[in-house]
Design a protein around this ligand. Structure first.
Ligand SMILES: Cc1ncc(COP(=O)(O)O)c(C=O)c1O
Length: 326
């Protein structure tokens, strides 16, 4: 059953104007042929979002930054790794909205910044380096306290902007997709902080689509991500005034954690193959940390015959290509 009130609520959320129009949906016929046939393959090109080198964080920040602005924020703060796509997208958002930006990144200050850190600097973000992931959140809080003591209005954005509001951006994106093409049988995408998957799952549930959402983990074990996604879906439910209906209707997240390999950001033979094959058949640029592992998952499932040939499988490209140039 469609959840019409929640669907209506989706379209009225204030946005910062970073996402104009729809990203393309393209056929991947040459990749399909290279895999020896199988389901029809489509790609949703969020890597090609025109703002700030694109990627899934642009959609999330479009809503989160609008909220920050409505609270009177003058500075956006966030955390990530040295080559964080989310940090770069946050720096770009701050620049576009005339806000200041503080990024807390774990890793050593590079002598010669590359990829996302090069862009962070160009965008005018202040970068604070910490040595471990565990130090990021306390360092962000300390930076926010310092700014408040100086009379500024900081707004802290958690890792990946994976708050219920950030995740809602992907529920909206599902509505965008089905205005372009019939609902695919399966959506395959990279999952890490869970926001994208929670939004996709919520969107498919709210619109009562028959689509299965398969997240390929870049990092955490499946049961951990399933819990994170469930919590975000219930947060989306509250934010949209669904009174528990969305949480009750949404299936448990489908997460495949068998493509992580040795760990976050470490390429695998399958991810290297996926990176090359996507480039050589479709001129699609993936990244080693997220999208190449997700594409490796899609390719393995196709080759193993896990999708029927009359099905349509859509790869939701979540960006990250800047990291290739690091
Ligand atoms: C390129 C790319 N794809 C996928 C993801 C995962 O998205 P999410 O954090 O919403 O699970 C990220 C973010 O971490 C990313 O940068």
């Amino acid at each position: 059953m469609r959840h019409d009130d929640a669907v209506a609520a989706l379209s009225t959320l204030p946005s910062a104007g970073l996402v104009a129009g729809s990203t393309p949906v393209e056929e991947m016929a040459r990749l399909r042929a290279a895999l020896g046939g199988g389901p029809r393959l489509l790609v949703k090109r969020d890597d090609a979002l025109p703002f700030g080198f694109g990627g899934n964080k642009v959609r999330k920040l479009d809503l989160v930054a609008a909220h920050a602005r409505s609270e009177g924020a003058d500075t956006l703060l966030t955390v990530g790794g040295l080559q964080s796509n989310h940090a770069r997208a946050t720096a770009a958002t701050a620049a576009r909205l005339g806000l200041r930006c503080v990024l807390v990144l774990n890793g050593a200050r590079p002598d010669r910044p590359t990829g996302n850190t090069l862009l962070d600097g160009l965008l005018g973000a202040e970068i604070e380096y910490v040595s471990s992931r565990a130090e990021r959140a306390p360092a962000m809080q300390a930076a926010a306290d310092r700014l408040r003591a100086q009379g500024r209005r900081p707004f802290e954005i958690p890792l990946g902007a994976s708050t219920p509001l950030g995740a809602i951006a992907y529920a909206r994106a599902v509505a965008e997709l089905v205005a372009q093409v019939p609902a695919p049988d399966v959506i395959v995408h990279a999952t890490s902080s869970g926001g994208t998957q929670a939004g996709l799952l919520a969107g498919c549930t709210l619109l009562d689509l028959p689509t299965r959402v398969l997240g390929i983990s870049a990092d955490d074990p499946a049961p951990v991500l399933q819990e994170v996604v469930a919590a975000l879906v219930s947060g989306i439910d509250v934010a949209l005034g669904g009174a528990g209906r969305l949480s009750a209707a949404a299936p448990r997240a489908d997460v495949d954690d068998s493509f992580v390999g040795e760990g976050y950001g470490i390429p695998t033979p399958a991810s290297r193959e996926a990176l090359e094959l996507a480039a050589r058949t479709e001129a699609l640029f993936l990244d080693s940390t997220y999208t190449a592992k997700a594409m490796a998952g899609l390719m393995a499932h196709v080759r193993a015959g896990r999708f029927r040939s009359d099905e349509t499988v859509l790869f939701w490209h979540t960006g990250g290509q800047v990291g290739l140039l690091a």
